[in-house]
Design a protein around this ligand. Sequence first.
Ligand code: HEC
Ligand code: HEC
Ligand code: HEC
Ligand code: HEC
Ligand code: HEC
Ligand code: HEC
Length: 409
Amino acid sequence: MFKKTTLHLFFIFWVFVPSFFYGQIEYLKGQNIKNGEELFKANCTSCHLLGDEKKARLIGPGLNVEIFEEYTEEWLISWVKNSSAVIESGDEQAIAIFEEYNQSVMTAFPTFSDDDVRDILAYIETPPIEEVQEVVVSSDSESESNTLSSQTLVYIIVALLVVLMFTGFLKNSLKRASNIDETFLEGLKKWIVSNVAIIVIVIIFGVLSFLVWGWQELSKIGIRQNYKPKQPIEFSHKIHAGEQGIDCNYCHSSARKSKHAGIPSANVCMNCHANIIEGTHTGTKEIAKIYEAVGYDVDTRTYKQDYEEKPIQWVRVHDLPDLSYFNHSQHVVAGKIECQECHGPVEEMDVVYQQEKLTMGWCINCHRDTKIDLNNPYYHDYNDWVEKHKKADLTVENIGGLECGKCHY
Ligand code: HEC
Ligand code: HEC
Ligand code: HEC
Ligand code: HEC
Ligand code: HEC
Ligand code: HEC
């Protein structure tokens, strides 16, 4: 009897190991999540969203259950109460995260009790589902829709293991009924032999899922197509560039002059919003954030004296890795390429997202296919060369657009 029970325990163990790693484990049972939620919303949401550390980044990282793997509860409590003190104490983890976030300082909350902080942590651990801020991926995204989530795969494997265990259990019960006594090892051996088909299927399936998952994850590295972060102000291109017809260059004026297109400062917004204090969709709420940034008093319509401006922390959408070089004016002025060819119909987007993959292949394909305009004054420096090639249909490739050194430092 004992031996068969061991056999069962052995399988139960294997069923629970994966669910232990993948399931939601609540470390902080018994805390007052409601209180945590109120405290979080009142004190933390100006800098933190709930969700993936990187994707839901605001001023500080997105917060989620991973902080419990990274830090101890004790560490988290002292951090929230006074992060600068933890950094000054020379704590390595604290210094690392401080440096990663460009040395922005998190507010100290010395008035919180340990239990207050535990309540907040409990809320971060188990927020109401709909509050987790994930990257919103537009519905036409192919890359996302055919991706099996790794969690689903784990659940399938667990389900198969349960079936396996159940058949083992049935078999043993039958054996027990017919009073056949065996040693544990013999029992295991027989059980394996009689279930060999299922075991092989489970193993093959496991290996395959792992490979598929690994491949999907690898091919996603560095590609952020459809990346659509939540911005600190609900600024809508649809309203400004679309409905109001404001030219892209009004706000992104450096796109014609330099490498960067640039994001306008809050002062550019004030050219209009010193007077437009209310929007149709968001009322005064979002526009007030511009005033907060520049220190503008709407009631008196004056700027506050000695106000330290707080630049709006826009979240970067398009971001090539440092190893590559991309120049806006080269494309917009010399190449005469419309912003929309690379950024999509921005004037229809309420929230901007990255429409293209921005991979090396994407740059190269366009350079192979796009003919250059030899009447472009940009080429007058090369007059002899232009004469020589006049008749040929030259593409960017022909002027060296596929040379590694042009795009890589
Ligand atoms: C003024 C902005 C600001 C506020 C308000 C703020 N934080 Fe932070 N927080 C940060 C920044 C920035 C970091 C990154 C570390 C650094 O630079 O100090 C951070 C880091 C953290 C971390 C470490 C996360 C990690 O993944 O390593 C935790 C946990 C955290 N904050 C919790 C909170 C909680 C809870 C509150 C509310 C009580 C809060 N923060 C309020 C800016 C803020
Ligand atoms: C009234 C000012 C304004 C106008 C007009 C405007 N933009 Fe923007 N644009 C912004 C601001 C502010 C941001 C940063 C916030 C955001 O991403 O929504 C931005 C962000 C962007 C981004 C994403 C930047 C990144 O982080 O990668 C792109 C691309 C962009 N704009 C393209 C355009 C194009 C194309 C037009 C014309 C059709 C245009 N913009 C017109 C203000 C403006
Ligand atoms: C050239 C003028 C102009 C500039 C520059 C401008 N806006 Fe606006 N903005 C408008 C107009 C017009 C509206 C529409 C008001 C309405 O909804 O009736 C508006 C509306 C808004 C709204 C409210 C939208 C709604 O419907 O609730 C926000 C938020 C906003 N702008 C943010 C910004 C930010 C941030 C900047 C700077 C990056 C900026 N605006 C620059 C003209 C401008
Ligand atoms: C040939 C493709 C292409 C064209 C055309 C183009 N962009 Fe970009 N844009 C990019 C790439 C690639 C990046 C990312 C650059 C980086 O990370 O260094 C980018 C980044 C941006 C950014 C983020 C801030 C920055 O400077 O990196 C803004 C804003 C932007 N573009 C606006 C515009 C506007 C406005 C136009 C039209 C006047 C335009 N772009 C035309 C490819 C293009
Ligand atoms: C929509 C088409 C298009 C895309 C996409 C595009 N380019 Fe270009 N690129 C051009 C054109 C057209 C020119 C030629 C401009 C001119 O006339 O000098 C050019 C020129 C260049 C040049 C100068 C080449 C030379 O020999 O002078 C560099 C460097 C460059 N692109 C880098 C990039 C990088 C990096 C990317 C991807 C992030 C990219 N381009 C994406 C169309 C494109
Ligand atoms: C037209 C511009 C362009 C040219 C020409 C170009 N690259 Fe790239 N390359 C890029 C961009 C942009 C990236 C970043 C792509 C990304 O983030 O996926 C990149 C990424 C890379 C990477 C990093 C691996 C990766 O896929 O992220 C390597 C290595 C590389 N390029 C090598 C080369 C070599 C070697 C050549 C010459 C045969 C070359 N590149 C020519 C634009 C270019």
